[in-house]
Design a protein around this ligand. Structure first.
Ligand SMILES: Nc1ncnc2c1ncn2[C@@H]1O[C@H](COP(=O)(O)OP(=O)(O)OP(=O)(O)O)[C@@H](O)[C@H]1O
Ligand SMILES: [Mg+2]
Length: 263
């Protein structure tokens, strides 16, 4: 299918009379790694929440693969191929890493509770398949040996990577990542950069990445969209965005201005 994989058209959201997203229009192409940056409170997480169906927009449309997903439940949108991680860590307590990953397959499980009661054989087969896929996802991220550890016993950075793996085993077309690099040490960033590229290249997943770690965004993203107070103020290649005077002023400020003049 041609056309953008994900399209937002004039998306507007307000909370209590305050406009948080104001006429957002953007296209994300298939196989793209898109960065979404902007100052605190710019509306980045709200935009992700609109796309995955948590907040319906007050105006505008969101299209996944050319079809409007506005008004659909988050679970229905997930089933159409949209995965996401959250800004705060979301692993379940009291579950192993493997069990945490298996919860990501929930949306694809065909045998519901009633089916399970009548058809134990098929329920077991699905559980086994879920476990096999969870192990495969752990291998993909290079953390197979962590399968039986309690999820919350892992380092914060490792938990974030497990959360990404959990979105992948649902076989999504697009995954939204809300500040996934928080908690990663600087020397882990290169490894994380490679993981994001492998997800795109080997699994064919389109990624949208909210991140404050600008170095990661500029290195890994094909295009970067910059939000400021609920509006898109720039959208382009990392180089174009890095050199955009509005971005330098509104967001990246002194730090980038200094680097900009030094280079
Ligand atoms: N459920 C809500 N009810 C009321 N206001 C909200 C709600 N969610 C977000 N906001 C407000 O909307 C604005 C945008 O918030 P959002 O969380 O989308 O920003 P963000 O760009 O993700 O910021 P950060 O970088 O700090 O995560 C903020 O002013 C926030 O206080
Ligand atoms: Mg946020």
């Amino acid at each position: 299918m041609s056309g953008p994989l994900l399209a937002l058209r004039d998306v507007t959201v307000g909370f209590g009379g305050v406009t948080v997203l104001d006429g957002i229009t953007l296209d994300v192409g298939r196989g793209e790694i898109r960065g979404l940056i902007g100052p605190n409170g710019a509306g980045k997480t709200t935009l992700l929440n609109v796309v995955c169906g948590i907040h319906p927009p007050h105006r505008g449309d969101v299209l996944l693969d050319g079809k409007s997903i506005v008004g659909r439940k988050p679970s229905a949108i997930a089933a159409q191929g949209l995965g996401r991680t959250f800004q705060t860590s979301q692993l379940f307590r009291g579950m192993t890493v493997l069990e945490n990953l298996m919860t990501g397959l929930h949306r694809r499980t065909r045998t519901g509770l009633l089916g399970a009661a009548f058809n134990l054989g098929s329920y077991r087969a699905e559980e086994e398949q879920a476990e096999a896929e969870a192990r495969k996802a752990l291998e993909f991220i290079g953390m197979a040996e962590f399968a039986d550890r309690p999820g919350t016993a892992l380092s914060f950075g490792q938990q974030r990577v497990i959360e990404i793996a959990r979105t992948l085993i649902g076989d999504p077309k697009v995954v939204l990542l809300d500040e996934p690099a928080v908690g990663l040490s600087l020397n882990r960033l290169a490894e994380f950069d490679r993981l994001l590229r492998r997800i795109r290249d080997e699994k064919g997943v389109t990624l949208i990445l909210i991140e404050h770690v600008i170095r990661l965004v500029m290195d890994v993203c094909d295009r970067v969209t910059v939000l400021s107070t609920g509006r898109v103020i720039a959208d382009g290649t990392p180089d174009a965005v890095r050199n955009d005077p509005d971005v330098i002023e509104a967001y990246l400020g002194k730090e980038l201005r200094a680097r900009h003049t030094a280079s």
